[in-house]
Design a protein around this ligand. Structure first.
Ligand code: AMP
Length: 214
């Protein structure tokens, strides 16, 4: 069966957002990022967004029930029919079990592997465009003038959760709550691991190989 219903796992800073976007563009499937959905809810000023924002700024996970509800609604939209790339979900075994219980079949899980210190250096230098979502890095991938988005010209910002203390808190949560998902999906015979080294193009090549798309 072709891999069109995918999960990308990996710590914050593994590049899974970038890979998920490229993968969904290539496979012509939906890119479902819970982090983006929660940031949108926050920007829209909803009650859910406000509560989620408090968790996000502290590097904690948003409660399972909230995120599961959001994803269930999102996966019912017509653009998910040809398939989807789940980015940032599931993040706990309870979320994975909720997907299974809802009968959402997944046919491939890619785990993007990267060392903790590399995560701290990557995320500490990350700058994001608040308008179009493009992501830069102060050293590795700066925008042309270093402060504005090359795509839409908006001023670049550091995400509040990309400061070092919060990055370390997110990594701790990742190891405790999310890393066990690798064993969960390995047990189902779905897991493929890809090392996040060599830059986004090299990693994308490895991701395509892992899903048998080239
Ligand atoms: P991300 O953009 O994927 O790094 O997510 C940013 C933040 O949103 C995380 O640190 C969590 O606070 C929250 N978040 C995103 N996805 C989930 C999820 N599946 N479960 C709980 N919290 C989430």
């Amino acid at each position: 069966m072709a891999c069109t219903r995918l999960i990308l796992l990996g710590p914050p800073g593994s590049g899974k957002g970038t890979q998920a976007k490229r993968l969904s563009d290539t496979l012509k499937t939906a890119h479902v990022s819970t982090g983006d959905m929660l940031r949108e809810a926050r920007a829209a000023g909803t009650e859910l967004g406000r509560k989620a924002g408090e968790c996000m700024d502290a590097g904690r996970l948003v409660p399972d029930a909230v995120v599961i509800g959001l994803v269930a609604e999102r996966l019912r939209k017509p653009d998910c029919e040809p398939g989807f790339v789940l980015d940032g979900f599931p993040r706990t075994v309870a979320q994975a079990e909720a997907l299974d219980a809802a009968g959402v079949g997944v046919n491939c899980v890619i785990d993007i592997d990267v060392a903790d210190e590399e995560v701290v250096s990557r995320l500490g230098g990350r700058r994001s465009c608040p308008q179009c979502g493009r992501v830069y890095h102060v050293e590795v991938a700066p925008s042309k003038d270093g402060t504005h988005c090359d795509g839409c010209g908006a001023g670049l910002v550091t995400r509040p959760d990309d400061v070092e203390d919060t990055i370390r808190a997110r990594l701790k949560v990742y190891h405790e709550k999310t890393a066990p998902l690798a064993a969960y999906y390995r047990g189902k015979g779905l897991l493929k691991t890809v090392e996040s080294v060599g830059g986004p193009d090299a990693v994308f090549g490895k991701v395509l190989n892992a899903i048998g798309a080239r």
